[in-house]
Design a protein around this ligand. Structure first.
Ligand code: NAP
Length: 285
């Protein structure tokens, strides 16, 4: 019998990840002899786990919190977009050499355009958060030539560092980092076309599950409200936005699109998107 190839996801913790469910379904549907495993990896075994990716039977891995930046020095090569973002969420094993990619930006923009029909060119966008996901979102929006980008974060210094880094690496204008206060939030949010929550607030099993990062009064009615959180499917932010009459989008399509792009990088085959979305939705029930 043909020996199965391995691929997986490295992160910590991984208990709630739904990637194994929809990725395995995709390999099975395409008749590919591949097993997708959850490699929950504490910090002390991280380097060894990455080293094992070089084995001939391993196609590569997804990388998630908290290792998207830490994995970079352990790789042989990092593709252009991932280098720009400064984070890797997909690793491909090419004959023992490890190549890093970032498919989050692609997943984010594809969901924005295909699922919400939003065209970013010259629009005003506000990002809440300045972590790894915010970096991918910002690069995706700037690449799509958004007109104005305001970044708010609990830790202002981190938003400043992100904005300065983007200005330096992408040589673009129109990026601002701002302290998280209601006056400045109101000023930017009342004029924006797109609000993206990249903070973990509202995420199931987190300390601030069932909360919204913004008070109801600050949520813009005329903007598209896009929450990267996908569990629960309707976060408190999205619920408040919907009840006010705003258009909303959750993070599930982005998750599946970034996974589909990784699937293609590992196999060279087109991913069965409809099936992956269906499996992802079922895994959340
Ligand atoms: P990260 O690098 O750890 O960044 C977390 C961000 O959330 C930081 O800006 C942090 O602010 C903020 N934050 C966390 N707890 C907070 C709190 N209690 N109050 C205020 N701000 C808080 O994580 P990440 O990789 O960017 O991921 C962020 C979220 O995006 C997660 O919910 C993740 O599941 C989601 N995500 C979704 C997809 C998808 O495909 N849908 C992909 C990637 C990420 P400080 O800087 O002040 O700590």
């Amino acid at each position: 019998m043909l020996k199965k190839k391995l691929v997986g996801i490295i992160g910590f913790p991984l208990k709630h990840s739904i990637s194994p469910a929809f990725q395995q379904a995709a390999f099975d549907f395409c008749g590919l002899p591949v097993e997708y495993q959850a490699w929950e990896t504490p910090a002390e075994s991280f380097e060894e786990r990455v080293r094992l990716l070089r084995e001939p039977d391993c196609l590569g891995t997804n990388v998630t919190i908290p290792y998207k930046e830490a994995v970079i020095p352990l790789l042989d090569e990092v593709e252009g977009k991932a280098r720009l973002i400064g984070a890797v969420n997909t690793v491909v094993n090419r004959k023992g050499r490890l190549i890093g990619y970032n498919t989050d930006a692609e997943g984010f923009i594809r969901a924005l355009e295909d699922d919400a029909g939003f065209e970013s060119f010259e629009k005003k966008a506000v990002i809440l958060g300045a972590g790894g996901a915010a970096r991918a979102v910002a690069v995706a929006l700037l690449t799509a030539e958004v007109g104005e980008l305001a970044i708010f974060n609990r830790t202002t210094a981190r938003a400043e560092a992100l904005a300065n880094d983007l200005i330096r690496r992408l040589a673009v204008n129109g990026i601002q980092s701002l302290p998280w206060n209601d006056t400045l939030l109101n000023e930017k949010l009342s004029q924006c076309d797109l609000l993206v929550n990249t903070t973990a607030i509202g995420m199931a099993h987190s300390p601030r599950a069932n909360e919204s990062p913004l008070a109801e009064g600050l949520i813009p009615v005329h903007a598209l409200v896009y929450d990267l959180v996908y569990n629960p499917p309707e976060t408190m932010l999205l619920r408040l936005a919907r009840l006010k009459g705003a258009r909303t989008l959750n993070g599930l399509a982005m998750l599946v699109y970034q996974g589909a792009a990784a699937f293609t990088l590992w196999t060279g085959e087109k991913a069965p998107l409809g099936l992956m979305l269906d499996k992802a939705r079922r895994a959340l029930r």
